[in-house]
Ligand binder design. Structure first.
Ligand SMILES: [Zn+2]
Length: 464
């Protein structure tokens, strides 16, 4: 684990420490005892470290909550959770201290408010620099006591991010509570954002600490996952995946398996779907990170949908916007995913932003791209993923911009979805040509008009 993880939340570290010494064999190079304890404000507790090397150095990572001296003596200053780190050479260990009030907690506690994450605003030139609060919808939220770090109650945020806990009857503890918002959704289909396949730690963040010895009710709370905390991106991914699930739900209720996505700020993995989980790039040397690139995130959800509800014979491999000589199974899979992203987001614009500028941006409706001026000419044949995406979008969309043939057809999603679903049982390699065959089984529009959409992108399909 790198120190990058630490800003992600206290509970994240608690989970790490719990599995930090299960390697068997040699004892860890450094350990601390106790690994977790409770401390009353104004009082002290002594921690003990055992290390192979000396000297050891003590440090509080949350010195406003509790401080530690050179002998491991911890002093509690205010209600909260403090991480006490002990270091010896290159090794370190951590203890978690729940600091509580001397007074007992409320026996009749209620809390309510709205959970938010900060979204980075995008346009065709990249991030605008603005940040806008968005509700964290349908996510799991806990009330946690600083006394023992015990979960007192669990609820789910609503469609507007609002949450309300009915009265929590619990007086068998000292005062001190906080909210923990999880990057986890249970319904309509389970989605969780985790740090990596090895540690599988779901993201969460916590609210300010509250002293419930003085009041029973806390309202208008607004816990927020900020961009600066390096965790807002996990909640943006959660929201985009939820939009994907909400797109599928009316067509196929509760038919998708649980989704796990892995992402970590700064971790340079290739964004993709491996048939099991979605991976999202947390950043690279060129400032390209994908967690706020809604179109990229939704594209991967499109792969997830295709694989689980239809069929995906894509051989994978490298591919690109201007490549019109792809394996047609690859261009089908990629084209579907790009099309699906536009349906999910409700617009045809795709951007892959970098910290400064863009990696790529294009409009699926017009095939205009600042980065790739030749896109409209390049996106032809069944071997071009953008031709596939463009045809699907023109079949789907209800905009009628002008007299162009491609905008005569306004199918909506349902007939396209039906044809794609039927490809699950198809025996031919899964391509846009097979999609056309499925579409013709029950033509949802005049066949000539649909044919013209394909012809415009030079996709060779046969009229019946
Ligand atoms: Zn893809």
């Amino acid at each position: 684990m790198t120190s990058r993880l630490r800003p992600f939340g206290l509970v994240l570290w608690v989970l790490l420490s719990a599995c930090g010494s299960d390697g068997g064999g040699d004892p860890p190079p450094i350990s601390v005892d106790p690994i977790q304890t409770t401390l009353v404000v104004g009082e002290t507790v002594k921690l003990t470290a055992v290390a192979n090397n000396s000297p050891i150095v003590w440090k509080s990572l949350d010195s406003g909550i509790a401080t530690v001296d050179g002998n491991g003596l911890v002093m509690g200053h205010q209600i909260g959770v403090a991480r006490i780190q002990v270091t010896s050479g290159v090794f370190s260990a951590m203890a978690t201290i729940g600091v509580v009030s001397p007074a007992p907690g409320s026996a009749q506690l209620t809390l309510s408010g709205t959970a938010y994450y900060e979204d980075r605003v995008l346009n065709e030139f990249g991030f605008t620099g603005e940040r806008t609060p968005k509700p964290i919808r349908w996510a799991v939220i806990h009330v946690v006591s600083t006394d023992g770090l015990t979960i007192l109650a669990t609820a789910t945020t609503g469609a507007d991010g609002a949450f309300a806990f009915p009265t929590i009857n619990n007086s068998n503890r000292q005062a001190g509570v906080y909210l923990q918002v999880m990057a986890e959704i249970n319904s309509p289909t389970p989605i969780t954002i985790q740090n990596d396949p090895l540690h599988r730690i779901p993201y969460s963040f916590i609210s300010a600490y509250m002293d419930d010895s003085r009041q029973d009710a806390f309202s208008d709370l607004s816990p927020t996952a900020t961009v600066r905390s390096l965790i807002g991106g996990a909640f943006n991914m959660l929201d985009v995946f939820l939009k994907g699930a909400e797109t599928v739900e009316p067509l196929c209720s509760a038919c998708l398996p649980p989704l796990v996505a892995y992402w970590e700020s700064g971790r340079d993995v290739t964004t993709g779907y491996d048939g099991d989980a979605i991976f999202v790039k947390g950043g690279d040397a060129y400032g390209d990170r994908d967690e706020y690139d809604d179109a990229i995130v939704a594209h991967e959800y499109g792969h997830f949908v295709l694989k689980n509800l239809s069929r995906d014979d894509s051989p994978g491999g490298t591919h690109g916007l201007t490549d019109s000589n792809q394996d047609p199974r690859l261009s089908w899979s990629e084209g579907w995913a790009t099309f699906f992203a536009s349906v999910v987001l409700g617009h045809p614009f795709h951007v892959d932003a970098k910290d400064i500028g863009i990696e790529l941006a294009f409009d699926l409706e017009t095939l205009f791209s600042l980065k790739v001026p030749s896109l409209k000419e390049d996106a032809i044949t069944a071997r071009s993923e953008i031709a596939v995406a463009s045809v699907l979008y023109d079949l789907y969309d209800t905009d009628v911009l002008g007299p162009e043939s491609h905008d005569k057809v306004t199918l909506g999603l349902a007939p396209i979805w039906q044809a794609v679903l039927q490809m699950r049982s198809g025996t031919a390699p899964t391509t846009i040509t097979l999609f056309w065959d499925q579409l013709l089984l029950a033509p949802p529009a005049p066949v000539d008009d649909m044919f013209n959409v394909f012809a415009e992108r030079q996709i060779a399909v046969v009229l019946p």
